[in-house]
Design a protein around this ligand. Structure first.
Ligand code: MGD
Ligand code: MGD
Ligand code: SF4
Ligand code: MO
Length: 883
């Protein structure tokens, strides 16, 4: 019998419950936990593929100093000594931690306590600065606390769901599935998607508003002005529970309707339709994510949205409220422990002397940070100019994910002492570590995470610790002890959690939203068993839906919420040198910098290469061809990716995923183009609205290869991805070579004694080479002057085919599937590896619904993440047939 462990998915902020089974042969499988209130058994493609990402390939398993394997004692002594020296010689502002919403709450708590209470600095910031800080700032301005008022259930209870700046279908897929199911059950429910792109989320939208980049503040100002004049205004709520209404409405009314239309890029009729829907539907939830937060007007966007919910009294009642979707699995836990440079702990304020005193007394700490620390962008500036002498990075990859990524890399190179705790040995960031600490990863570590709806769930260990890897909290506690600090003698995460819970209740008496005092004396066993629960939980009261603010009770001293008078930024762009707007974000099957999802063959097959979505008009103007290569340039840097010409994005904009980095592609680290421009209130970088220019990246030859071994490509362009039986690589060469055989042998690690089968057409320049070891294909290489047209998934399947006869081998150099080996086409359904050609085939045989295609091919019947794409393929086929 397999041993089952209930745990939580380590990817997005939905926080799905997972049951991990370890089978007798050691194999691991995962399934959704039917009892978990976030997902009720569902998982998306990433969650379903978790078992494929936990192998030890590429892991860092021993501490390292300067690339040399060491022992924990020596390494921790060095870290403690370096931090002590920096503090003694240069003071508390000379040290910094840069941590992550992917740490567990217990890790995060220890990091924050050590930095703020013992180093006496607030120089601890986190990748949540790039992710949630505008929401935090907006919540604090409006509510007086960083509170998400609602629960996921509101998604099903609402009659109108507004999604702004959220690609829910790809980024919070299980919530999308819950929404799709609710809408199928109640077709009268309306969904509005506000996004400059027509994303997969639009599949269930009744209305898609293709807003101009950063038109959101204007849009919600227009809505507020409209609501203020309408029957939807809840005067009683506004008077009893809020302040600043008149000023906010007066600011909002300053925009004329034509200005509104101009700034949002929406027509009068679109605006009227949206305003009317919002006005006449009481149960409305506005979900928002990075299209709102990652903006130079991010905090104002958040408050413009909240203003509309406050004006209508639709905050924290069932089916109503503003709802910030958190990205990372523990974005919320990080905020609870105060892991941002401008927060304290347990939702206390660093600016407040009473809060500082309270936390210091609770910790019995020698000091307490007297002022906010440096926010991420400023922190790396301080690293670059030498103010920070010792930096510890945990569970984040800033050389890829920070804006002005090249400057971040240079800063790390210049920093006298960089510690990195990660699970992977070779990332763009670990390369610059003086000390690399091996951390336990998902399945190996124990702790808690909090999801978007304030629900705390255990992540449980079901695997043994590999090598000498240790939990992040242990690493910090050991350094603290070595530096002579009392208060870090934790034996287990349970002890840390109990302390965190006790602090949340300490002298609280209802004055702070975050209170989980019910767990202040949780022991190891109860912690082990801890079922999911939502906060607040001052006393144990089971797991029932909890909402805030239906009847006021905000956390400003007068208990009133604040309307914020915002101003709409200009959205027109006239930059002759950099005329295009670069929008960056996510794809369905990859997670951030790909250190984990890049290990999964299934997840790598949906989209195997970095790309730029470009509108056909721009492509025509710039002479960029679909499937050619395109170079994007901002004043800070350049990137080269595949051109995907599509009208999904408005003219003037391009979309590039944030995931690719120097491990997977030659030059696709898009963060290197993003300027370090931040929202003035939250300090969050604006990574969705970047001025760039685009041009064709000319190459003399395009290439495609499949290989059994991981390639080490020497080429002007390359992008590699794991594939069944080995690797697939897209290539581009600026100049021709004579020695392609040698090139292949060194790139794919093939012995020079192996001679290839080959085909060459001097006329067209086509070249195909295939290298075999007995009946096994080692590598196949396809070169052409045009983008290589070979059927990718067919070529990949040759890596796992036995090539017993010459005809089959010659088939590879012919570059065409034989009649008995149909080409499945690009993968759509990654759960069952169903390619687009099979889906088109099914449609042609009469399957005209997603369900029918599913019955025929299995596609879309497991996690459901690809259902919107399948519907798009069906529609496309039917439209083509009708023409
Ligand atoms: N598959 C996958 N899922 C993930 C992640 C992942 O890496 N991969 N990461 C997780 C994390 S940490 C996060 S933060 C979330 C992010 O989740 P999302 O915020 O949903 O994802 P993004 O793709 O970053 O951006 C969302 C959308 O904002 C739109 N947008 C850009 N500019 C504007 C604008 O000015 N206004 C409006 N209204 N929209 C705009 C973009 O076109 C994009 O479609 O996803 C989480 N889930
Ligand atoms: N251009 C652009 N840039 C962006 C964004 C965007 O939309 N556009 N989005 C931003 C957002 S919202 C986010 S959240 C960030 C995400 O950006 P990052 O946080 O930099 O990305 P990840 O790849 O998630 O990095 C996590 C790292 O932690 C390691 N790791 C995994 N588990 C553990 C563990 O248990 N312990 C330790 N110590 N390490 C572990 C992983 O191997 C990996 O190296 O990117 C931001 N940057
Ligand atoms: S939606 Fe997918 S990635 Fe997010 S927690 Fe659930 S299974 Fe994990
Ligand atoms: Mo994020």
């Amino acid at each position: 019998m397999p041993v089952e462990t209930r745990t939580t998915c380590p990817y997005c902020g939905v926080g799905c419950g997972v049951i991990a089974s370890v089978h007798e042969d050691g194999a691991v499988s995962v399934k959704g936990d039917p009892e978990h209130p976030a997902n009720f058994g569902r998982l998306c493609s990433k969650g379903s593929a978790l078992a494929e990402t936990i192998d030890l390939d590429g892991r860092v398993l021993f501490p390292e100093i300067g690339g040399r394997q060491t022992g924990w004692d020596e390494t921790l002594d060095l870290v403690a000594r370096k931090f002590s020296e920096a503090l003694a010689e240069h003071g508390p502002d000379a040290v910094a931690f840069y941590v992550s919403g992917q740490l567990l709450t217990e890790d995060y708590y220890v990091a924050n306590k050590l930095m703020k209470g013992f180093f006496g600095s607030a120089n601890i910031d986190t990748n949540s600065r790039l992710c949630m800080s505008s929401s935090v700032a907006g919540h604090r301005r409006a509510f007086g606390s960083d509170t998400v008022p609602g629960t996921y259930e509101d998604l099903e209870l609402a009659d109108l769901v507004v999604l702004t700046g959220s690609n829910l279908a790809w980024c919070h897929p299980v919530l999308y599935q819950r929404l799709a199911a609710a809408k199928a059950a109640r077709p009268e429910m309306k969904v509005v998607v506000i996004d400059p792109r027509r994303t997969m989320t639009c599949d269930i939208a009744d209305l898609h508003l293709a807003i101009r980049p950063d038109g959101d503040v204007a849009l919600f100002m227009g809505l507020l002005a409209h609501l203020a004049e309408s029957a939807a205004l809840d005067r009683a709520f506004v008077e009893a529970h809020t302040a600043g209404f008149a000023e906010a409405v007066s600011a909002a009314s300053a925009l004329s309707f034509s200005e509104l239309s101009e700034r949002t890029g929406l027509t009068a009729s679109q605006l009227e339709q949206f305003f009317h829907l919002f006005e006449t539907t009481e149960k409305v939830v506005t979900f928002y994510s990075q299209g709102v937060n990652q903006s130079s007007s991010g905090t104002d966007k958040v408050n413009a949205i909240i203003n509309c919910h406050l004006a209508t009294g639709r905050t924290g009642r069932p089916g109503m409220g503003p709802f910030s979707l958190t990205g990372q699995p523990n974005a919320m836990g990080g905020r609870e422990v105060g892991g941002l440079a401008n927060m304290l702990a347990a939702h206390m304020a660093i600016e407040n002397p009473e809060d500082r005193d309270r936390v210091q007394r609770f910790w019995a700490s020698p000091t307490i940070a007297p002022k906010p620390g440096l926010k991420a962008v400023d922190m790396f500036r301080a690293v670059a100019d030498g103010r920070i002498k010792a930096l510890w990075i945990m569970a984040t990859n800033p050389v890829v994910s920070m804006p002005d990524a090249a400057a971040v890399e240079a800063a790390l190179k210049a920093c006298p002492f960089v510690v990195v705790s990660d699970i992977m040995r070779d990332t763009d960031t670990t390369r610059h570590a003086h000390v690399l600490l091996p951390s336990l990863g998902w399945g190996e570590k124990d702790g808690t995470v909090t999801n978007s709806e304030r629900r705390i769930t255990r992540q449980r260990r079901f695997l043994a610790s590999p090598g000498e890897a240790k939990p992040d909290w242990w690493q910090m506690a050991e350094v603290a002890r070595r530096m002579g600090f009392a208060g870090f003698d934790y034996q287990s995460p349970a002890e840390i959690f109990a302390e965190h819970a006790a602090l949340s209740a300490f002298e609280n008496h209802g004055s702070r939203d975050f209170d989980i005092g019910a767990y202040a004396s949780v022991g190891p066993e109860a912690y082990d068993e801890l079922p999911p629960f939502q906060w607040p939980s001052p006393v144990a009261d089971g797991d029932k839906p909890k909402r805030f603010f239906a009847d006021g009770g905000f956390f400003h001293p007068d208990r009133k919420a604040r309307f914020i008078a915002v101003t709409a930024p200009a959205t027109d762009r006239t930059d002759a040198l950099y005329p295009l707007t670069l929008n960056t974000g996510r794809i369905r099957d990859h997670w951030h910098t790909m250190t984990r999802t890049g290990k999964s063959i299934r997840l790598s097959s949906h989209i195997a290469e970095p790309f730029a979505e470009i509108h056909p008009q721009d492509a025509a103007k710039l002479r960029i061809r679909n499937t050619g290569l395109v170079e994007l340039e901002s004043p800070l840097g350049k990137a080269v990716v595949r051109a995907l010409v599509t009208d999904r994005h408005a003219p003037g904009s391009v979309f590039v995923p944030m995931h690719w980095n120097d491990r997977f592609s030659a030059k696709a680290r898009i963060g290197a183009l993003v300027p370090p421009l931040t929202d003035p209130v939250s300090g969050q970088p604006a990574s969705k609205n970047v001025a760039v220019t685009a041009r064709t990246y000319e190459v003399a030859y395009y290439g495609f290869a499949v290989s059994a071994a991981k390639p080490a490509p020497q080429a002007d362009y390359w992008a590699l991805a794991k594939a069944e039986g080995g690797w697939r690589t897209e290539l581009g060469f600026k100049t021709a070579r004579e020695d392609w055989i040698d090139w292949c042998q060194s790139t794919f690690g093939i012995s020079p004694v192996i001679e290839p089968l080959g085909y060459m057409d001097r006329q067209t320049g086509d070249l195909r080479l295939a290298f075999f070891d007995a009946d096994k294909l080692l590598a196949a290489f396809f070169l052409a002057r045009e983008p290589v047209a070979v059927a990718r998934n067919w070529a990949i399947s040759q890596l796992t085919t036995r090539h017993t006869d010459l005809t089959r081998r010659l088939g590879i150099v012919a570059g065409r599937p034989g009649a008995d080996q149909p080409d499945p086409g690009a993968t759509v359904c990654s759960c069952f590896s169903v390619g687009i050609n099979r889906i088109i085939g099914a449609v042609r045989t009469g399957c005209h619904s997603v369900e029918a295609v599913g019955k025929h091919t299995n596609a879309g019947t497991n996690c459901g993440s690809c259902r919107a794409e399948i519907r798009g393929i069906i529609d496309g086929c039917l439209a083509a047939a009708a023409e």
